[in-house]
Design a protein around this ligand. Sequence first.
Ligand code: GLN
Length: 539
Amino acid sequence: MTHRYIFVVGGVMSGVGKGVTTASIGKILQSRGFNVTAIKIDPYVNVDAGTMNPVEHGEVFVTDDGDETDQDMGNYERFLDTDLTSTNYMTTGRVYQTVIEKERNLEYKGRCVQVVPHIPQEVIRRIRVAAEKAKADITMVEIGGTVGEYENILFLEAARMMHLDDPEHVLFVLVSYLPVPKHLGEMKTKPTQHATRTLNSTGIHPDFIVCRGEQYMDKPRREKLGIFCNVKPDAVISAPDVSSIYHIPALFEEQGFSSSILKKFRLKPRTSDLRKWKAMASVQESAKKTVKIGVVGKYFSTGDYTLSDSYISVIESLKHAAWANNARIEMEWINSEHFEDKSKQLSDLDAFDGILVPGGFGTRGIEGVIMTVKYCREKKIPYFGICYGMQLATVEFARNVLGKTTAHTVEVDEATKDPIIHVNPVQLKNIRENRYGGTMRLGAYDCDLKPGTIARKAYGCASISERHRHRYEFNNEYAQALEKNGMVISGVNPQTSLVEIVELKNHPFFVGVQFHPEFHSRPLHPHPLFKAFITVALK
Ligand code: GLN
């Protein structure tokens, strides 16, 4: 079959929403009946995102096949409502790793292996494999970073080579930023003109320019930018700030973006259907009910911006679940350390309809989380704990219900007398040998659900599969004692007997899950546990 490719590159500055733009373009093409997949290229030397600092790089998004990828992969999955795999993600480190391995195996047959062409060739091979595997009519390829950076030059080179090889099936979209300086009060096009020129110097000319900015772009600027950047005015797409990222596909469609793309690709136009999507995107503004959720954890102290990126899938899952319940959502971030130093009172949690504790690592803020769990358990505030939030819920229960006052996870207290969360021999070896990259329990594993439990009711089936990312795990030696005292083990991995879900009876909603349900939530298919949590929170 003929595969078509759309490369999305950034200009002027990073952080303007290239990932969401890529996902939205994919969405509008998909809504016209084309099979669309998406690839993220991360220029970092890291082999995967698992070893990157979440505050700097954002959330690590885990795929079913256990790859630790960039958060944009989550945007693609959510917008395209599809499961992606490690084939859809690459980093500089990963590309070089393959080329060096091939060289060691004499696969280059003794030839000199060079940065050019061998590195771009490997990039192209990966892109083609992903398109083939997805049987995609159109493959979106987002190149991380901005043009002019040394880091992504080889990826641009790969894109240029693909275009040279087959110009009719490769398009380029430049996502730029148009500032409106306060003292001028006018949208300035010059930085975008420079970005276009920089892109031109790599041998690539943009077919479309997506203009991010605070405001909608007016006609005179569209025309001016078109002339200066050598594109038609209808190839200039305005992408002003909007209240929700889910409005962006419709915003693009209003400007005829998908029709213009299809014309360039010489594909026959098909009718677009974004009705359900638009209805979902409008609930936040139209709903009469509000649900207020507090998210308690760490990573919050470096400012609001980093926070939301570290937990983006959790945040989006909460939104999907609220909207499916016809409610608008308000979320507040609570730094658990503030409960420890008493700069915040636990009673502040009363203001929320529900509390969520997301995943995390390390020791900072942990006692504050355990205090939060206790408060929610005793005051019967709906509680949803994910990964670390589940592990610490069992620690709290062991301490305060079983009376094992020093119970802990060995992640924090290696020598604890009651290692309710422990580490298996394989993981212990990884830690001792400093083998951290890609060695956690990662990706999809099965879980059987116990009849009559909150989890079983929420899912409406007996067996599920969810994505994981953790090194430590529940210690089955404590299972009996927990159950005797009222904790329900409602989900267990049938192959390994690992405890996956715990919950409480006589509580409106107290659920802890070892896995990461947030990686499976989609705007039009909210995750059953998030949905159940919000439903109870609304009561
Ligand atoms: N730190 C815990 C572990 O490694 C929990 C991980 C997480 O929350 N993602 O097991």
